[in-house]
Design a protein around this ligand. Structure first.
Ligand code: FNR
Length: 343
């Protein structure tokens, strides 16, 4: 069996059941989480023949940072439940693959330890009701070397999960969440998600940090344009892995609209959700993404084989992409154009 396809089952044997369920679940009826990969599989290729594919180069840059391949690791919570090293172990695996990692603002590892792992990292931020909390987190991330801020915009409230049995919140080990926040200093209301955000928050984040800001959770062309006009350096087409609005459009189908809206602008486009194969990466890049993120596969890989598992996940997906690029007749990422794809 393909190593990646066996990862979740292997991880499930090592993880407490509520943790496995938390990692895999979607919100509400599970429609969006269930159809994410199928939406990538629904595309077909129009390969070019008789092109010289003796050398295929999948290296690229993401917001100016060079990477060996266009597969990055998405921000996810509770990585210390997967591996004692948590986000630092994930980041070390990413560093060995010369990629980039997104770090959740709920991370259970300090930004300093994450930075010391050596991978370029982007801070994912939830802006919360008490802006001082957010400002302190931003300052700490900048001090620890974060290279970009990823504003998650699809979470004015947290998506409803329909759990049978103990939830993650009943089993979570102390210290595995919010290592970069002194929770005791704040009231619960301070830490609630801000539900009144408008595009001017993009400039606020950029000004405070001096870093490029990406907006994650965009599923419409007009929203992508609004964010770009407000100064976003990048857009991440995402439905949060099917964990926010259930029934939200698959990212594979939203991506072309966003690419069209941002055509001819310098705003970089990224996508995540259900990407499990090199062919899915190829599809995403041909449709206009600069790179993709993987969420759950990285959690399974971290659980199964710590940093080495994460490195293998990224290199395996890179090798599959290289192979698929040979077959589709595209020696470089610049050759991946929309005419290669049909539905
Ligand atoms: C997430 N995701 C997420 N996103 C975010 O912006 N901040 C966060 O803290 C988290 N936490 C989180 C936890 C878990 C367990 C999962 C599975 C996901 C969403 C994540 O960044 C990404 O959008 C999706 O995981 C991508 O879909 P796939 O690759 O998991 O299908």
């Amino acid at each position: 069996m393909r190593w990646i396809d066996g990862l979740e089952a292997a991880a499930a044997e090592k993880l407490p059941e509520p943790v496995h369920r938390y990692f895999r679940q979607g919100s509400a009826g599970g429609i969006s989480v269930g159809e994410a990969t199928a939406a990538w599989n629904a595309y077909r290729f129009r390969p070019r023949v008789l092109t010289d594919v003796s050398t295929v180069d999948i290296s690229t840059t993401v917001l100016g940072t060079p990477v060996d391949g266009p597969v990055l690791v998405a921000p996810t919570t509770l990585q210390r439940q997967a591996d004692p090293g948590g986000e630092a172990a994930m980041a070390a695996g990413v560093a060995a693959a010369n990629s980039v990692i997104g770090i959740s603002s709920n991370a259970g590892t300090t930004f300093a330890d994450i930075g010391a792992a050596g991978a370029p990292w982007w801070l994912q931020i939830y802006v919360v009701k008490n802006r001082d909390v957010t400002l302190r987190m931003l300052d700490a991330a900048v001090a620890a070397g974060a290279r970009a801020v990823v504003l998650t915009a699809d979470t004015p409230v947290v998506g409803r999960k329909e759990d049978d049995g103990p939830t993650i919140w009943e089993v979570i080990q102390p210290g595995h969440l919010l290592a970069n926040l002194d929770e005791g200093e704040y009231a619960v209301e301070d830490l609630g998600k801000a539900d009144n955000l408008t595009p001017d928050v993009i400039g606020w984040l950029a000004e405070r940090t001096g870093l490029p800001v990406l907006v994650k959770g965009v599923l419409r062309g007009d929203d992508a344009k609004r964010c770009a006009d407000a100064g976003a350096a990048g857009i991440i087409v995402s439905n949060h892995g099917g964990r926010q609005l259930d029934g939200a459009i698959p990212t594979a189908r939203a991506l072309p609209e966003v690419a069209e809206a941002l055509a001819g602008t310098p705003t970089e486009i990224y996508v995540d959700g259900g990407i499990r194969r090199g062919e899915h990466v190829l599809t995403a890049l041909a449709l206009g993404a600069r790179a993709v993120f993987v969420g759950r596969p990285a959690l399974w890989a971290l659980t199964v084989d710590s940093s080495a598992g994460v490195t293998r996940l990224l290199t395996d997906l890179g090798e599959e992409l290289t192979h698929a690029m040979r077959l589709v007749g595209s020696p470089t990422i610049a050759d991946l154009t929309p005419d290669l794809i049909t539905r």
